[in-house]
Ligand binder design. Structure first.
Ligand code: ATP
Ligand code: MG
Ligand code: FE
Length: 390
């Protein structure tokens, strides 16, 4: 069972060949990170153009590294959503044409399901952690912060219940915005993660009680346009725009603006190379480092409380964390400790599979392949695609 996975939902063009949903023969990712870094975020038009440019060489490279030919494939799997419409369209159009030309089945995969299966695949390979069902899955990245209860039927089909989500910013987005307003580079997560260990996490208290999502009531519009979700149910929802505002307010009330600007200029001169943490640390005074440590402590604490409360409420027998923010060192440490304390198995992705990739798409496609759950030729890009029932 050889599946070629294709992923182009955001700013990574990726292709991978995976055998039977568990053996990664190749995993090629062309990242547009440095391109978008100039703009401090992903620019959709540029992303589509880059995907167009990259898709053919990336797929070719994945096939070559796997050492297989197109005729050896059993199916082609592609991300159908959620993501940027134009970006998704490149991968879908290519995958469709390829599957049609080869006479092989096409499988549509939800990107979020992919993130979950990246972890499950690696946990199976290591096989030291037996993940029992149902699982509580936290998908936490620059575009998503979701909690799912994942279950598998006798027949092998996976189903998901979306038991929590952010009502405004994603956690990774909060990292990126806070890094930016502290004069650090993009994406902000790795910078703040590396600097947080140098400050005092208890220096600044962020009160999540004040920034919890307000219950949605008829006739009262939500403060944030991006938040059309009802949060009237008792919740495992998240909100990260309040803490970003709190950091901004802290910077202003403590007159840190000038030092932020000085740091921004100094880092700009350093160029777009990987953050040299020693050098950047020198550019941060104790107050800034304390603020960073406190921000991270609060964000990770909030993710941790909501995740384990949901795990307990829904009787989850294991926890998986995935998405770009799963790379965070404090998150891994504290989630691992809490899971150990509760006697729950927990699994994280390797760094390579924590950010967007296509191996996870091929892995998530495998149970669908076994079930004959194929896409028709009118498979469409679905930017707002949801995973599971709420
Ligand atoms: P999507 O949301 O569709 O999965 P994305 O590109 O926004 O796509 P990823 O590529 O999975 O998300 O992850 C990128 C995000 O993860 C960025 O917001 C980045 O700041 C954050 N991130 C990466 N490393 C760390 C880290 N060590 N700590 C905290 N956040 C991190
Ligand atoms: Mg990305
Ligand atoms: Fe992703």
């Amino acid at each position: 069972g050889l599946i070629l996975g294709i992923e182009s939902s955001c700013d990574e063009t990726a292709a991978a060949v995976v055998r039977a949903g568990s053996v990664v023969l190749s995993n090629v990712v062309a990242s547009q990170m440095s391109l978008h870094a100039n703009y401090g975020g992903v620019v959709p038009e540029l992303a589509s153009r880059e995907h167009l440019r990259n898709i053919v060489p990336v797929v070719r490279e994945a096939m070559a590294q796997a050492g297989v030919g197109f005729d050896d494939l059993d199916a082609v799997a592609v991300t159908e959503g959620p993501g940027l419409a134009g970006a998704l369209l490149v991968g879908i159009t290519y995958a469709k044409a390829l599957a049609y030309g080869l006479g092989k089945p096409l499988i549509g995969v939800n990107h979020l399901e992919g993130h979950i299966h990246a972890v499950l695949m690696e946990a199976r390979q290591r096989s030291e952690v037996a993940m029992e069902l149902p699982l509580l899955a936290l998908v936490v990245s620059g575009g998503h912060t979701h909690l799912y209860l994942a279950q598998q039927s006798e027949a092998g089909a996976w189903s998901y219940r979306n038991v929590g989500r952010t009502v405004d910013d994603a956690a990774g987005e909060a990292y990126d915005k806070v890094a930016k307003l502290l004069g650090l580079g993009y994406p902000g997560g790795p910078w703040l993660d590396a600097l947080a260990g140098r400050g005092n996490p208890r220096a600044v208290t962020f009160n999540f009680a004040q920034i919890k999502p307000r219950p949605h009531r008829e006739g009262i519009s939500m403060p944030n346009k991006k938040a059309p979700v009802s949060t009237s149910r008792p919740g495992f929802d998240f909100s990260f725009s309040g803490i970003k505002t709190a950091v901004l307010r802290y910077v202003e009330t403590h007159h840190m603006r000038q030092s932020v600007e000085a740091r921004r200029r100094a880092i700009a001169v350093m160029g777009d190379a990987k953050p040299d943490i020693e050098a950047v640390g020198e550019l941060c005074d104790a107050q800034t480092l304390d603020l960073i440590a406190s921000f991270q402590y609060a964000v990770v604490g909030n993710l941790l409380r909501q995740s384990f409360a949901a795990a307990e409420t829904f009787g989850a027998r294991g926890v998986v964390v995935s998405g770009g923010v799963a790379a965070n060192s404090e998150l891994r440490r504290r989630f691992q400790a809490e899971a150990d304390r509760r006697g729950l198995p927990i699994a994280f992705p390797s760094l390579a599979l924590s950010t967007d990739n296509a191996a996870m798409i091929a892995a998530a496609a495998w149970p669908k392949f076994l079930a004959g759950d194929f896409a028709s030729e009118d498979l469409a890009a679905t930017p707002q695609l949801r995973l599971g029932q709420t």
